[in-house]
Ligand binder design. Sequence first.
Ligand code: SAM
Length: 311
Amino acid sequence: MDQTMDSYHEPVLATECVRMLAPAASGVVVDGTFGGGGHTRRLLDAYPEIRIVGIDRDPDAVANTPDDPRVRVVLGNFTDIERIVHDELGSPPDGSGTVDGVLLDLGISSHQVDAASRGFSYHRSGPIDMRMGMDVSESAGDIVNEYDRDDLRDLIRRFGEERFAGRIADAIVAARPLSDTTALASVIANAVPAAARRSGHPARKTFQALRIATNAELDALSAGLESAIQILRPGGRICVISYHSLEDRIVKRRIAAGTTGCVCPPELPVCGCDQIQELEDLGRFRPSVEEIARNPRARSAIMRVAEKVPA
Ligand SMILES: C[S@@+](CC[C@H](N)C(=O)[O-])C[C@H]1O[C@@H](n2cnc3c(N)ncnc32)[C@H](O)[C@@H]1O
């Protein structure tokens, strides 16, 4: 990799993340979205005895593995976090209860957005690809060119929360075949009313929707969260950084579900609900005005943190 780690991606909410993972200072943290390794490097600098297992779907990210005996980086999906932790740490087969911290910094890296050939950017001409890794078979271009109109509209509405999804789907179907990201962006821009073009780039939400669908990001998040909570030891912490409301909602609900203990009426002699509190909610964090000024990509970030409580 001919980039420095910080030019690959500037880590978001890094100070807060390092502080909240302090209980893992002499333990193991899984950085499930290694990217440019920015968070990992901050953790290594702050905690000399820490060990990190990094995971990323993207081979470009794995090429950033630092030359440091405390770090291992694995090409894979964080949905496989239990197996990966087992392989790397020789923990029990289900990988349960062995890890002191997990970080998931969701979405894509600046490197992925900036590389035109990856097809994530509506500003840069490139193939309509958007696959985070080669484990994904169907590209965003396949979706754009092959989905029927109603499926395309539903996908844009659901994953982009785009109110003009129907008009955009009509325009895409009429313009097929589409092979270039900037051509797709201009088809979308021409499909939305002029007034809507004034609030941010008109293709932003549709590109977000295509990216989420291509990489099955929300399913990966739900499954990955479940496995990440499984592998935490009591007292271990999970930090999840989201960049849009669809992601944040999943994280918020999972943490809320985990913080709920027995809901039986107090007069019941024994618990019949079998609901056990597994998490303590340690709160949500937003970037400071200074961080957003330095790194505008932090603007929409929300980090939620929870701690595994003893069973
Ligand atoms: C926002 S970047 C992480 C940046 C990193 N924290 C840093 O400071 O450099 C997100 C990374 O997560 C990876 N990623 C997204 N979803 C993933 C998944 N389900 N499994 C593994 N990696 C994933 C992407 O390929 C990307 O490299």
